[in-house]
Write a protein that binds this ligand. Structure first.
Ligand code: NAD
Length: 482
């Protein structure tokens, strides 16, 4: 595939697609079996890099939601009564199978989502396995987690996840839920259902008792039916703030416990004493990782005015070396945009950026003709009032703003309805601590960005949601405490 002009030319290095054995159609995974939707409805999952239909998938309706919740309820009795050591064995087994099948799963994720194989192979899959290993370790130690002497599970967890990290978001949700003794009904996003269905197969391979994990594919309607079902005790949602608010309204006044992981508009703050080359790598990782489809992406670059030109020159040079193209090519840095809808949203917001007076720049970049693509883009001359500085673009688009003093950096960074993450680039440890104390963001990275670890809690302030996932804190969402 033709790539943008870059410093080095690389020969194509495609990963083999043959490692994934895709069936033409998939059913819902309910009570340990794959079955068609009760009303027979289906939808197609496309490869966003080619628009090829990968498979047909069942669209779960209200009757299927009911069946899955009932299966999870029945399974809860046995699963929650198992000693933690026994639940841990299943989770360790799942983690090991994920490692064994990681090449297959990475290729599948890149096919269905459009993300570069380099990322699905080296970031997503290792983290997915790490989450299961980590929470397997907690399953028999819950009484030592700081939530009382005998913390109890909640029951049936309804989990609704987005398309940007399909298998990783599944792991963030399923692993702690099972470790704590809950059973789950999970709904993957409609554009990326396949890796969750392969995970269902892994549950069978691991001998997980039937009904402990149920997977319902479908769209927002399926998600709404699931979170609104009376038999659900806990709702865990990752996705847009708009849908998060709708879910909060649905569960208000019920006994359901809820956690919401929503959008973000993170500031990545570069001070004049930061090592420029490292900061540039951090800026690139912050916004171009996973095509910018990252809730905690560093989508607002705040650069100290005195080093603005130096940083921007280096950043543009670096952006000119990014390779956009075939997600299965091991040289690819930026893959396909996940869907036509997401591409339309990015296109609309970037057009608004230009119309409002910001200056757009992108490296010379040839994009493939089929599929959904967007060149890595940056905007300068951005003010805080611009839509591209306020709204989540969820694409490979960086808005650059400047500041003069640390106090101004804090004020601008916090001037957003969101509060999920932030980055600080400086040599001064005292300044890192001073800034981190004042930034209203759930995660603050210092001299790095987009670093994830199962031991570390993740979650937002304000419109980025509430509740924490990951680490010891992540257990609380699945235990009957307060
Ligand atoms: P989305 O909210 O449209 O969809 C997310 C999921 O919710 C999908 O599975 C969808 O089918 C389902 N859904 C849609 N309408 C629903 C309804 N009314 N009731 C129940 N479920 C419904 O979001 P998206 O476009 O898939 O994902 C992008 C968004 O997710 C971005 O805003 C991003 O910031 C956010 N996100 C947040 C995190 C985080 O951890 N905070 C992580 C990843 C993505």
């Amino acid at each position: 595939m033709d790539k943008m002009s870059s410093v080095f030319e690389y020969a194509p290095a495609p990963e083999s697609r043959a490692v994934v054995d895709l069936a033409p159609s998939y059913g819902l995974f309910v009570d340990g079996e794959f079955r068609e939707a009760a009303d027979g409805r289906v939808f197609k999952s496309l490869s966003p890099s080619s628009e090829e239909v990968l498979a047909e998938v069942a669209q779960a309706g209200a009757a299927d939601v009911d069946a899955a919740v009932r299966a999870a309820r029945t399974a809860f009795t046995g699963w929650s009564a198992l000693p933690g050591t026994e639940r841990a064995k299943y989770l360790f087994r799942i983690a090991r199978i994920i490692q064994e099948r990681s090449r297959e799963l990475a290729v599948l994720e890149s096919l269905d989502n459009g993300k570069p194989i380099r990322e699905s192979r080296d970031v997503d899959l290792p983290l997915v396995a790490a989450h299961f290993f980590y929470y397997a370790g907690w399953a028999d130690k819950l009484q030592h987690a700081g939530f009382g002497a005998d913390p109890r599970p909640l029951g049936v967890a309804a989990q609704v996840i987005p398309w940007n990290f399909p298998l990783l978001m599944l792991a963030w949700k399923v692993a702690p839920a099972l470790a704590c003794g809950n059973t789950v009904v999970l709904k993957p996003a409609e554009t990326t259902p396949l890796s969750a269905l392969f995970f269902a197969d892994i549950c069978r391979q691991a001998g997980l008792p039937k009904g402990v994990v149920n997977i319902l594919t479908g769209d927002g309607e399926t998600g709404a039916a699931l979170v609104g079902h009376d038999g659900v005790d806990k709702v865990a949602f990752t996705g847009s703030t708009e849908v998060g608010k709708a879910i909060a309204r649905t569960v208000a006044g019920t006994r359901k416990k809820v956690t919401l992981e929503l959008g973000g508009k993170a500031a990545n703050i570069v001070f004049d004493d930061a090592p420029v080359d490292q900061a540039v790598e951090g800026i690139v990782n912050g916004i171009f990782f996973n095509q910018g489809h990252v809730c905690c992406a560093g989508s607002r670059l705040l650069v100290q005015e005195s080093v603005r030109d130096e940083v921007l020159d280096a950043l543009k040079r670096r952006m000119s070396t990014l390779r956009v193209g075939d997600p299965l090519d091991k040289n690819t840095d930026i893959g396909a945009i996940n869907s036509a809808e997401q591409l339309a949203r990015i296109t609309e917001l970037t057009a608004a950026g230009e119309a409002e007076g910001a200056e757009r720049w992108a490296p010379a970049c040839e994009l493939p003709s089929a599929g959904y693509w967007f060149a890595p883009t940056l905007f300068t001359g951005v003010t805080q009032a611009h839509r591209i500085a306020r709204e989540e673009i969820f694409g490979p688009v960086l808005s650059v703003l400047t500041f003069r003093t640390p106090a101004e950096a804090v004020e601008k960074a916090n001037n957003t309805p969101y509060g999920l993450s932030a980055g600080i680039w400086t040599e001064k440890g005292s300044r890192i601590l001073w800034m981190a104390d004042r930034l209203r963001a759930g995660v603050v990275w210092a001299n790095t960005f987009n670093k994830f670890d199962p031991t570390s809690p993740f979650g937002g302030y304000k419109e980025s949601g509430y509740g924490r996932e990951g680490g010891r804190h992540g257990l609380e969402a699945y235990l009957d405490v307060v």
